[in-house]
Write a protein that binds this ligand. Structure first.
Ligand SMILES: Cc1cc2nc3c(=O)[nH]c(=O)nc-3n(C[C@H](O)[C@H](O)[C@H](O)COP(=O)(O)O)c2cc1C
Length: 180
């Protein structure tokens, strides 16, 4: 085998879907792109990794809530562009023509163009890693979006869209959480 640099490690670890995280800070909606996500239990807890170089991180720390939205792969270019500007000086909902819908338990908005939106409360922020531990409170899905493919970041500026789906439910039935 050929050895390559440690910087290539993460390109081989599936980091889950690329997400859009919405916040509402000082009465203004904002959104950032996050590809570092991880599910950590069956009770709806998940972690994103960020830091205070992002305006959204300040909102997460102050308000302790957000919405984690999962965009379809057809939004890939917009998803990247959202991650290239800051809400500190840009109204990204306007710039990227995103439709903000009211959530039920948080002030941050849902994004109508996304496949799913998870209303979340921040339970903990683990420094120095920038882990934001969240508990999902409500889940919204948009079944009208034609493109059902989720986007995945490799970490080097390239992306995959979901491809073939394997149904292996029978093989792992006893490990599946109730209701799924
Ligand atoms: C594809 C992509 C993935 C990203 N993933 C992350 C991430 O996992 N964590 C993070 O802190 N920033 C990530 N970013 C960078 C933020 O989205 C970016 O800094 C953004 O401008 C922050 O916006 P804000 O200042 O309005 O909060 C990503 C950017 C792109 C384009």
């Amino acid at each position: 085998m050929k050895e390559v640099g440690v910087e290539f490690a993460l390109t081989w670890i599936e980091p889950g879907p690329v997400t859009l995280i919405t916040t509402n800070y000082g009465g203004r909606n904002n959104v950032m792109t996050i590809s570092w996500t991880m599910a950590i239990d069956f009770d709806g807890r998940m972690v994103i990794t960020s830091g205070d170089w992002n305006y959204s991180f300040r909102a997460l720390r102050a308000n302790r809530e957000c919405v984690v939205c999962v965009p379809p792969a057809s939004m890939a270019k917009t998803v990247v562009d959202i991650g290239m500007v800051s809400g500190e000086n840009t109204d990204k909902f306007r710039k990227f023509a995103l439709t903000a819908l009211p959530a039920k338990t948080v002030n941050a908005p849902l994004i109508a163009e996304c496949l799913a939106c998870l209303e979340c409360e921040v339970e903990d922020i683990v420094e120095p890693y920038g882990f934001v531990v969240m508990k999902v409170k409500r889940v919204w899905v948009n079944e009208d979006i034609e493109d059902r493919r989720i986007l995945h970041a490799v970490g080097d500026g390239t992306f995959y869209a979901d491809g073939e789906r394997f149904d292996l439910r029978k093989r792992m039935e006893s490990k599946l959480p109730p209701g799924l």
